[in-house]
Write a protein that binds this ligand. Structure first.
Ligand SMILES: *Cc1c(COP(=O)(O)O)cnc(C)c1O
Length: 395
């Protein structure tokens, strides 16, 4: 018997979502996630993945995973502290630290998990966290797991951050104060103002925490946003994900040795959730090796993104203030934006609409993620589709 209060709750809320057109129908891919995907037997040009460098289907990663699968089996068998730590997990952490130019690193099962782990391992009652209002959901949830006071500051508004930092410090109410920001904001593709953030942090003795999920593998010759600004020694927590540009799955913190040692004894997803499968760690190592040896994929990513953005602009579209390969195509009102994305889908282009409340009202956009794996021919085909949908909708 299902509880009647649960049944009522689910029916009422699901119906409301469906009536408002907010219920998300999830598309099923037949086959892997690459520049081309297959849905319902149709081929589409994929402009919606975070597989920035095309590594999710890279033969070198597949071979590394296959070899590790044979050597270690499928599962890690335990949490890291019991006996789930294998030499591949250790090697991955050594390579991550080298990649990020830090003393040490700790790997988690996902980027989301990493934020659940790292924030609450150091922030406690009597502390405060200054958090950019557009920070990722996993940062928001990670903050909620602490007893620290969370203070939001206006998106990338350095005056507001400084004001709030000063007020928090002057109040004398808080011991530790942390500032947390995404490195790259995924909806607009803008980069956090890290040089200013670090300066403010040094002025008010703030712990710095940068979640660079969308910057790692993309900016700073691959090493990320912190390296891009030359701040590797001045940021305490560098968070990254292995699920986006690295093409596999996982998350990590890179930082000073003491910090990483502390996270290994205090962060709960590390202590209470099974280690990632060894084949996954091996594939991540292969990806880091590729990125350490060549900038070819990053260069392809950036030139594809510039090409696609210019193409959209030549068709008369507005692409916002992106500074990264994330390429929004601003359509405007919510209904038209959703219609636009649907028409793209019908014509063979997979690019998701993003509307209020994720972005402000009236700034609905179709978000494009060109990758290193797209060919010019694919991008041209996508632009032709954009042009025809624009005409059909009379924009
Ligand atoms: C995607 C993302 C995450 C989650 O990473 P996963 O590895 O997919 O769990 C965390 N933080 C930010 C800023 C992200 O964009």
């Amino acid at each position: 018997m299902t509880s009647s209060s649960l049944t009522t709750f689910l029916q009422r809320n699901l119906e409301e979502l469906k009536n408002n057109g907010l219920f998300n129908q999830i598309h099923v891919l037949q086959g892997g996630n690459g520049p081309l995907i297959h849905i319902n037997g149709r081929e589409l040009i994929n402009l919606s993945s975070n597989n920035y460098l095309g590594l999710a289907g890279d033969e070198r990663l597949i071979q590394a995973a296959e070899a590790a699968l044979r050597k270690y089996g499928v599962g890690a068998g335990a949490v890291r502290t019991i006996n789930g730590t294998m030499d591949v997990h250790e090697e991955l952490e050594v390579k991550l630290a080298r990649f990020k130019r830090t003393e040490a690193a700790i790997a988690y099962q996902s980027g989301f998990n990493c934020n659940m782990a790292a924030i609450s391992a150091v922030m406690e009652a009597g502390d405060a966290i200054l958090s950019d209002e557009l920070n990722h959901a996993s940062i928001i949830d990670g903050c909620r797991l602490t007893k620290a006071k969370v203070i939001r500051f206006k998106h990338s508004d350095m005056e507001d951050l400084e004001k709030q930092a000063k007020a928090a410090r002057d109040s004398g109410q808080y011991n530790k104060i942390m500032v947390i920001t995404d490195g790259v904001f995924s909806m607009d593709g803008d980069i956090a103002k890290l040089p200013e953030i670090v300066e403010i942090a040094e002025r008010y003795d703030l712990i710095t925490y940068v979640d660079d999920a969308h910057g790692s593998g993309v900016l700073g010759k691959g090493a990320g946003t912190v390296k891009h600004f030359g701040l590797s020694d001045r940021v305490d927590f560098q968070i990254g994900t292995l699920s986006k540009a690295i093409g596999v799955v996982g998350g990590y913190v890179a930082g000073k040795r003491d910090l990483i040692e502390w996270l290994k004894v205090r962060s709960r997803p590390f202590l209470f959730s099974t280690a990632t499968p060894p084949a996954i760690a091996a594939a991540c190592i292969a990806a880091l090796d590729i990125l350490s040896n060549s900038a070819e994929l990053q260069e392809k990513l950036w030139s594809n993104a510039a090409y696609f953005r210019k193409g959209l602009e030549q068709l008369g579209f507005e692409t916002g203030h992106t500074e990264t390969p994330i390429t929004p195509c601003i359509i405007g009102d919510e209904v038209t934006t959703q219609q636009f994305s649907k028409e793209l889908f019908e014509a063979g282009v997979y690019a998701k609409s993003i509307v209020f409340p994720t972005v402000p009202k009236g700034t609905g956009r179709v978000r494009n993620m060109p990758t290193a794996a797209h060919t010019t021919e694919m991008l041209n085909r996508a632009l032709t589709v954009y042009e025809s949908v624009k005409k059909r909708l009379g924009l």
